[in-house]
Design a binder for this molecule. Structure first.
Ligand code: ADP
Length: 396
């Protein structure tokens, strides 16, 4: 069976066609600038690719071009829509109502709509993606996989903020957490590797957006992102956690609205702001190597912040069996992994420097043979996790 994975953004649409028998990617691509001048589709299959630049006024038109690309006479990988057995949609926010992946029906559409205030950029785009797919492939079963779902096992002590309860009860303000599909995929993989009944694991998803989770027996006990993806560690352009009074202070001094300040904290902060150079970790390292003091300091702030979460989660779980690094920085950058683990010997964390340095973009154990805590690099695969759920739910 072939499964189509859709990740719709406000003006973009990423897709992958996966053969679920051998879990291989048959084709994938990206539509950019939907509804804006310069719409473009980039389609890849095998080691070939092609681009199509035509106006696409909305997601339904974009989906039409995606299907055309998949069925193209010259470049196509399938002959008819009927070959696509099911579609899996990545959806941001399911609030407290959705705790696992689910077949899309009217109720699920209503829930995605209901949580638009908590996912104002993503949930409307996700809905557009689902509606566009339904318009062009009305008979294909569809599944929604939520970024927040994995974190719904957190206990109240981990998700409640210390503010008046009415904000939780009336407005739903609490920690939700994000990157859940990645954390769940990694939790499943590490649980298989540890092969023991009980486990305490810290998962470090470190990319442009970063989040950590504490997982007990494969279930989420705590996570670093909060009501929105702004909370937690320093990210590419997000500040991560700070004293909320900063918002008011900047707002008054700079004559900015709260919305403008939060926008700045999301888009103009993080590595970009502290290094005054780039939001990309590679550039920050290059800067530090050239002797740029701001870049060196930025790397220190980043690693110190991630390390504090690892320590906090070890304390919260009352132990630590494994640390897993994943996503762009976690999978590719040995220096970042080394700086996070440095000084954690007291917790039983001992890296094998040679193994750590040698490992890039693939799976492997990077702790020493004597390390009490196993340290792993496991590449995340959110699309595959979505495809597996989609298969399980549509072939029940
Ligand atoms: P996203 O959160 O957008 O999915 P990724 O998980 O792809 O992001 O991570 C992107 C980040 O990974 C880049 O911003 C870059 O800083 C970092 N990265 C990728 N490769 C390397 C590398 N070899 N060394 C250091 N950082 C890297």
């Amino acid at each position: 069976m072939k499964i189509l994975i859709i990740n719709a953004g406000s003006s973009s649409l990423k897709y992958q066609l996966i053969d679920i028998q051998d879990e291989s990617v048959i084709a994938k691509g990206l539509v950019e600038r939907i509804g804006i001048a310069g719409s473009k589709l980039t389609h890849k299959y095998g080691d070939k690719s092609f681009e199509l630049s035509v106006p696409m006024k909305d997601h339904t038109e974009a989906m039409g071009h995606v299907l055309d690309a998949l069925m193209d006479k010259e470049h196509g990988v399938i002959e008819s829509i009927a070959e696509i057995g099911a579609v899996g949609h990545r959806v941001l926010h399911g609030g407290e109502k959705i705790t696992q992946s689910t077949v899309i029906d009217d109720y699920v559409m209503d829930v995605i709509e209901e949580y638009i205030p908590l996912g104002p950029l993503h949930n409307p785009a996700n809905l557009m993606g689902i509606r566009a797919c339904k318009a062009v492939m009305p008979y294909t079963p569809m599944v929604a996989v939520f970024d927040t779902a994995f974190h719904q096992t957190m206990p109240p002590k981990a998700y409640l903020y210390g503010i008046p309860r009415k904000y939780y009860t009336n407005l739903g303000i609490r920690r939700y957490g994000f990157h859940g599909t990645s954390h769940r995929y990694i939790a499943g993989e590490i649980t298989k590797k540890l092969n023991r009944e009980h486990s305490k694991v810290v998962i470090c998803h470190l990319g442009n957006g970063s989040s950590l989770s504490a997982c007990i027996d494969g279930k989420c006990a705590d996570t670093s992102m909060g009501l929105t993806p702004l909370e937690g560690v320093l990210m590419g352009t997000r500040s991560g956690s700070l004293d909320p009074a900063v918002v008011q202070f900047i707002s008054e001094r700079e004559n900015m609205t709260a919305t403008q300040v939060v926008n700045m904290l999301n888009k103009q902060s993080g590595l970009l702001a502290l290094s005054e150079r780039s939001s990309d970790m590679r550039d920050v390292y290059s800067g530090a190597e050239e002797g740029d003091e701001k870049c060196r300091e930025t790397l220190d702030v980043w690693a110190y912040g991630v390390k504090k979460y690892v320590g906090a989660y070890a304390a919260a779980m009352g132990g630590l069996d494994a640390i897993v690094f994943t996503a762009g920085i976690g999978e590719n950058d040995w220096r970042s992994r080394a700086s996070v683990c440095e000084g954690l010997e007291f917790l039983g964390v001992e890296l094998d420097d040679a193994k750590n340095k040698a490992l890039r973009g693939k799976e492997g154990l990077i702790s020493s043979d004597t390390s009490k805590v196993q340290v792993w690099v496991i590449p995340t695969n959110e699309e595959l996790a979505i495809a597996r759920d989609t298969l399980a739910l549509t072939t029940k």
